[in-house]
Design a protein around this ligand. Sequence first.
Ligand code: NCD
Length: 309
Amino acid sequence: MNEFYKKDIITIKDFSKSQLETIFSSTDKIMQLAPIDRREICKGSTLAYLFYEPSTRTRLSFESAMASIGGSSLGISNISNSSTQKGESLADTVRMMSIYSDVLVLRHPLDGSSRFAAEISDKPVINAGSGTEEHPTQAIQDLFTIKKEKKKIDGLKIGIVGDLKYGRTVYSFLHALGNYDVDVHLISPESLRIRNDSTYEIKKKLDFTESTNIDEYIDELDVLYVTRIQKERFPDEEEYLKVKGSYVVGLDLLKKMKSDSIVLHPLPRIDEISTDVDKTPNAKYFEQAEYGKHVRSTLLGLILNENGF
Ligand code: NCD
């Protein structure tokens, strides 16, 4: 039996290095399969998505991933059109969705929402973003992208810049990187530094420096992971305006970086990477989004098939 069969994906902390590597090699395998063979992997299975927050890539990549392996998707992407509007609880909505599907993908503004859903659902639950806490499948996609583009993860110097306080992808990314031998440099405005309460465990596995100055290690980095300032999580607009536009990755910054360094971003990008970076060989964020689809096909294939694929 494959170890991911019927498993929830709630936190990246549950994944060991060897499990991540298994997912990466299965993703390589799925990318090489002919479309006709891919469509056999989850033929007849149904994914249900339940998104209480906006999404473009995560939801569509799950849908596209499921379609490419022969399954179908149904769900709620706009809760104002659902019975939530009438006052139905998350618990009841999850219970219903799990009746109509084989796997449930949830995005919700509250920390702990996915774990709560997993306790209620009798089908596996995949966390597609829980508050400011975690976004585990994004981290798997981020590490897979690094592996594909840099051919390794161990030994790399990685800068993470932007909103380190509210960005959930950052926490999942850091926990995942904790399985590897990497140097991490965190760069953020003072008010958006990484949350101490959430890094207690990360610190046991990973060494990182913290700075407000993006230039400090820029010439050493192999990977620059850029994040959006999470406007919607700020308690007030004024605080957001103070840090808006703090860092903009443009061609001038790229010139200071190693020629073979790569720039990643979980997207959506607002103004933190200028669009003229898009056409440089260093920009890998659109590839990263594409890898996300293949990684998600792999995860669904492993969760839904007892013997893998
Ligand atoms: C991220 C998220 O929702 O946490 N988006 C995504 O899933 N790719 C990042 C963000 O919204 O900035």
